[in-house]
Design a protein around this ligand. Structure first.
Ligand code: ADP
Length: 482
């Protein structure tokens, strides 16, 4: 099967979160299974820095706008782990400081940026290779599915080519003013409630939900949640309408990147059979965060997260004063909303011997926290799939999570430390604190804790099974359209 991925992120070059990890891992698993996969991403400044002048595959792809054309180049990013990478080069749209936004807000031309990208992918695919299925991701590339079924409707080569949309986060939908319809040369009759319009805005993700042949999301629980008002963010009715074509597939972990037995970013290697290296990773982590004289009995609690309300950062803020009275230290790595960046930094200054915060995006440090912490905190308000809890399991760093989305599907709390983590329900910081207390109680029983670590490390969240589920979805939509 030939699959074209169109996405706005791909690790390691363009990453703000889990989407990037999925776009790097799922294609190579599909290739391992014998499929042909091509991945298109924008040629961001950050990508250009990593590749010195990749060869040009297409020198000029015409992307029409109402009173002008743009011209994209398609560059050959090479074959990486069997996956063919292509970069869409539109310097005026993608050669910028950031991917989507600056501290003062989203780029005002995001609709044009990602609309042009979608169109460039479709045009390029016509020349380079028409796939059996397009796989698009989140609002940024959802419009490729919309375009296929509208302005490309009469294109004979695309007639039978289905599109699958994966929703990695329904909290971000790409809302744009009505004139976006004209900017992207779409017919005005698509600006209705049953198609692209929502609350007088053009909603890219909604378009994807309406026009894709199947919709997947990154856990089974989240597939249920987004059909409710609480999590659907206004799209619940549209998604419910498509529930027969909606599939929840839990994300996997790329163990070639995230495995303490081989991870090149950490101080020592370790496995479930020989945990000794974890102590060294712990020392290395504490040193990196300048926390001295921390004994083995002190639990090291780690956080790696976007600092956003979604991630339950406010729950953590709420309980800090109480939590830090326990025999714990807290290390946090993240960036995002300035409010939380500042607040957490200030809190850390108040507790210099117990809490440290690094405000940045730092992949190596993320690995060090996974390896060096005892407990990983992830109290998300909602969590479509979540990868860090899955990585934590592999590193024997026991997760404490809120029971939502992918956290609910991957973390199991049982009496007497029989599960692989701790979880709480409710939107309630006291429930979080209680869950941490349960974790700390277990942590003090070294034998039970070690058994829990080993159980977590031996679990298999590799991509093999999820990739098979994606193939079943591809097969289904291909068959439905043939
Ligand atoms: P989301 O995609 O909602 O941000 P996920 O848990 O699915 O959350 O994925 C987050 C990914 O981004 C993980 O690979 C995590 O390690 C990484 N990450 C998040 N914040 C940082 C950071 N500040 N520095 C390095 N990596 C980060």
């Amino acid at each position: 099967m030939h699959i074209v991925f169109a996405a706005s992120e791909c690790a390691p070059w363009a990453k703000t979160g889990g989407l990037a990890d999925v776009i790097s891992a799922l294609p190579k698993t599909l290739v391992k299974m014998g499929h042909k996969v091509q991945v298109y991403i924008p040629y961001y400044r950050q990508v250009a820095k990593a590749f010195s002048g990749p060869p040009i595959v297409l020198a000029s792809v015409t992307i029409p706008f109402p009173s002008y054309n743009r011209f994209a180049r398609v560059l050959d990013g090479g074959v990486i782990d069997g996956v063919q990478m292509y970069f869409v080069d539109l310097p005026e749209l993608f050669d910028r400081e950031s991917f989507y936004a600056t501290p003062s807000g989203d780029y005002p031309d995001n609709a044009e940026r990602f609309g042009a990208f979608c169109r460039a992918v479709l045009e390029a695919a016509k020349v380079i290779g028409v796939p059996d299925v397009f796989h698009v991701h989140d609002w940024q590339t959802a419009m490729a599915a919309v375009m296929l079924r509208s302005i490309y409707y009469f294109d004979p080569v695309f007639r039978k080519v289905p599109a699958v949309l994966t929703i990695h986060n329904a909290g971000y939908q790409g809302w744009f003013p009505p004139r976006t319809i004209e900017t992207l040369l779409l017919p005005w009759d698509m600006f209705t409630m049953d198609k692209l319009e929502q609350y007088d805005k053009v909603n890219f993700l909604k378009g994807g939900v309406v026009y894709s042949d199947a919709i997947t999301t990154v856990s089974q629980t989240y597939a249920q949640e987004i059909q409710t008002q609480e999590f659907g963010n206004g799209l619940e009715d549209t998604i419910r309408h498509r529930s027969g074509d909606l599939f929840g597939i839990l994300n996997g972990a790329d163990y070639s990147e995230w495995d303490p037995a081989t991870d090149s970013n950490i101080a020592a290697h370790y496995t479930a059979n020989d945990l000794s290296g974890k102590q060294e990773c712990r020392r290395d982590l504490l040193h990196a965060f300048r926390l001295e004289d921390i004994g083995e009995q002190t639990a090291v609690i780690g956080v790696v997260s976007r600092f956003a309300t979604q991630k339950g950062i406010d729950f953590i803020v709420d309980i800090l004063d109480r939590l830090l009275q326990e025999d714990v230290v807290l290390v946090m790595l993240g960036n995002g909303e300035e409010y939380y960046e500042r607040l957490l930094t200030e809190m850390a200054e108040r507790y210099p011997t117990k809490m440290r915060v690094q405000v940045k995006f730092d992949n190596v440090m993320a690995h060090k926290i996974e390896a060096g912490a005892d407990i990983f905190l992830m109290p998300s308000r909602y969590e479509p799939g979540g990868l860090n809890q899955i990585y934590s399991l592999k590193y024997g760093t026991i997760p404490v999570v809120r029971a939502t989305g992918g956290l609910q599907d991957s973390i199991d709390e049982e009496a007497d430390g029989e599960g692989n983590g701790f979880k709480f329900w409710g939107y309630d910081s006291t429930a979080l604190l209680d869950a941490i207390h349960r974790a700390l109680d277990t942590f003090r029983h070294k034998k039970v804790w070690e058994a829990m670590m080993k159980r977590a490390m031996n679990e298999d969240f590799s991509w093999d099974k999820p990739a098979q589920e994606y193939v079943r979805v591809y097969e289904r939509v291909i068959q439905n359209r043939s």
